[in-house]
Design a protein around this ligand. Sequence first.
Ligand SMILES: *Cc1c(COP(=O)(O)O)cnc(C)c1O
Length: 471
Amino acid sequence: MSEPQIPQPPSHMSAEEFREYGYAVVDWVANYLAHADEFPVVSTVAPGDIAAMLSDTAPEHGEPFADLLSDLDDVVMPGITHWQSPNWFAYFPANTSGPSILAELASAGLGVQGMLWATSPAATEIESKVLDWLVDLMDLPQQWKSTGRGGGVIQMSASDSTHSMLVIARDRKKADSGIEDMVVYASNQAHSSVEKGTRVAGIGHVRLIDVDSNWAMDPDALRVAVEVDIAAGLHPIAVVSVVGTTGTTAVDPIGSIADIAAEFGLWHHVDAAYAGNAMVCSEFRHHIAGVDRVDSYTFNPHKWMMVNFDCNVLWVADRKPLIETLSILPAYLKNEATESGAVIDYRDWHVPLGRRFRALKLWWVIRSYGAEGLRMLIRHHVALASDLANRIGADDRFELFAPHPFGLVCFTHRDGNEATRSLAQALNNSGRVAVTPSELGGVTFIRLTIGQTRTEQAHVDALWDLMDDLS
Ligand SMILES: *Cc1c(COP(=O)(O)O)cnc(C)c1O
């Protein structure tokens, strides 16, 4: 009788192979970014085209890495829409940069799981410190620092941050009310994540409040809605203000909303997903006047700070209710550092337990560009947007649709909705740019966002020439 045999492990990529293919992948990415402007911006594949190029079953035997790499060109690239093209003017940007991409690589190499301070102290301490830097860089309330009563945390998305804040708002009122009677408020221009977060949190009602002529929440309408709900026996628990709505970058009046939130005991969460990035420049901070009186605030460095997706920042003015609501400590996570109370365990600050080392890319981007570089990017893009808006405003064929406080310009074709829609279609079909058609109050308009890392004057000039040709 022979001894039982331990089955063999699979063959792994050797350090030498990793080096060779790693260099090849870095070359591939460098080449892509240098030529991202040469692809048709919007992928033209039909549904199922990419799937048809994949085999129906997983391979039984491992394939050479060179084949994987060549499929990046042959299979993946046709189905890519080029968010990193400087001719990207659609949605909001999801911009990135060399230091951010390399930090993602280093973070993947370390492969740490930063759920607790103890599971990689550097991941937690760099995150806290860098978010404290951002408080100063954006002149946000000092109380939000990790050294104050509040604190910041990196989450995956603004939707997650808003959802977790609605859960806190719900739990702090649960002694007074059943959750089916609770009400959350936001303007009718707020992001869909407010409605989704309300639903996921099981909260009974969401009220979408009327806006003024600039698409910003009307605080008088908010007050009336809260009073009507109270009179009806319901329990208002939270209001979400938006700084830079997704439709038109409208700015809700945070200060007036904070007054109402204080009067009625509402949790006041600010969603500054896109426009929050502009707060590195002092000239935009009047848009967040009153921010010192809000409970929580979120923005996405993965939109406009050259930190690649995903990287969302959430700050709370007081971390106690957050940790009380989300902390659960099973025996297998107990450790001395946690019990000492001297450390932050970020698993208590959001829904997931596990977390990637995302602070590395934020740290590397801020260190590489400096505060000065972050401000230059915002000012460059906003000036380009303003210049484009002036050209649009001065042209008989077009009309500006909304104010353009940041990098988004919204306009219509004067011949009406159909003309606007076909212009958007022609722009996207040209392969040379990507834009987003949208609609508000029965009016079709085109959204042009200037925010891709490498978008410069020449790209905006080319966009303008194309608009001119196609109109
Ligand atoms: C983009 C955006 C969001 C959603 O951001 P995610 O990080 O993708 O969840 C939420 N609110 C506003 C105002 C946005 O512009």
